[in-house]
Design a protein around this ligand. Structure first.
Ligand code: FDP
Length: 305
């Protein structure tokens, strides 16, 4: 197959998934094109406020959220829209709801002013199943705004990558991405002085067995690097002063865990698979160890004792 000629919408069509799910993924990809254009026009020193997680929120965070909300909630089968930038879930009241959507509109936006890569993360859940667990996810994707804008998605039939071309189309780049059982890079979040001794021992183990450090401070590019290199491990651990860590279960961890499992990898909080963790409220956080199965198993060995 000549990948350059295969557009995202054609690939989605050929996958034979539910037409409404197909349109939803396509709609998110269109939103991604707008966000990509906004980022190129962004004033990098834009002032901001605080979001629902009391983190600094830039103008561009809010713009990305508005673009996604407008595009997603206009589909008359979307029941709920939950955004990391908003306090509460938006309920659409559409008459025949089928899917609910979680979004992190612009993850890693603190990296915009230094011109590093950032991303959008989206989870698509069975209707009104947002506040439950990650096992109701039917599709997940992220869009990475780097030197190239790429879209990586899965509808439960493997993980595929598309690249935004100069004509404004997402064209197929790679199909059925797979993580090897073991990689050679590690990406550890959190302040070292706040790591627990179990986490520190785990990271020391990786270092002494020859793992290379790769950490940009952006979850999407850091996870994407592990996926594209075919293995390795990203961790944002529970910290001494913050046992739940930093990253949000619904907006960040469920979608990436779903993608990772689809690529043959795994994701755990140290004990429980991320997708099995129960969600009590939308901004809940959890520790994560995600990547190749060997590294994730090793993490469990250190963390669950
Ligand atoms: P950011 O605060 O820039 O939005 O989700 C939050 C996140 O970035 C992730 O993208 C990233 O992996 C993590 O925080 C980085 O946190 P540290 O600065 O604590 O390493």
């Amino acid at each position: 197959m000549d990948h350059k000629s295969v557009l995202l919408r054609k690939y989605l069509y050929d996958e034979g998934i539910d037409p409404d799910l197909r349109r939803l993924i396509h709609m998110v990809s269109v939103a991604g094109k707008y966000i990509s254009a906004q980022l190129k026009a962004a004033n990098r020193k834009m002032s901001g406020t605080q979001n629902a997680s009391e983190e600094h929120q830039l103008e561009i965070d809010k713009k990305a959220d508005v673009i996604l909300q407008d595009m997603i909630t206009q589909l008359d089968y979307v029941a709920e829209y939950a955004s990391e930038e908003q306090e509460v879930v938006i309920k659409t009241k559409h008459p025949a709801p089928k899917y609910s959507v979680s979004v992190d509109p612009l993850d890693g936006s603190s990296l915009i002013d230094v011109n590093l890569a950032v991303g959008t993360i989206v989870g698509i859940h069975r209707c009104e199943k947002l506040i439950d667990s990650g096992r109701h996810i039917v599709a997940a994707l992220y869009i990475l705004y780097g030197p190239l804008t790429t879209l990586v998605y899965t509808s439960g039939k493997g993980v595929h990558e598309f690249v935004l071309n100069p004509e404004g189309e997402f064209v197929l780049s790679q199909t059925h991405l797979q993580m090897k059982p073991e990689g050679k890079i590690y990406s550890p979040g959190g302040l070292r002085t706040h790591w627990t001794s179990a986490h520190r021992q785990y990271i020391d183990d990786l270092i002494t067995t020859g793992y290379k450090l790769r950490y940009s401070g952006g979850l999407v590019p850091d996870f994407n690097q592990i996926l594209m290199k075919g293995g390795g491990m990203f961790a944002y651990p529970g910290l001494i002063n913050n046992p739940e860590g930093k990253l949000r279960l619904l907006f960040e961890l469920y979608p990436l865990a779903f993608i990772c499992e689809q690529a043959g990898g795994a994701a755990t909080d140290g004990v429980t698979p991320i997708l099995d963790l129960k969600l009590a409220e939308i901004h809940q956080r959890a520790p994560i160890y995600i990547g190749s199965t060997t590294e994730v198993e090793k993490a469990k060995g250190y963390l669950s004792t």
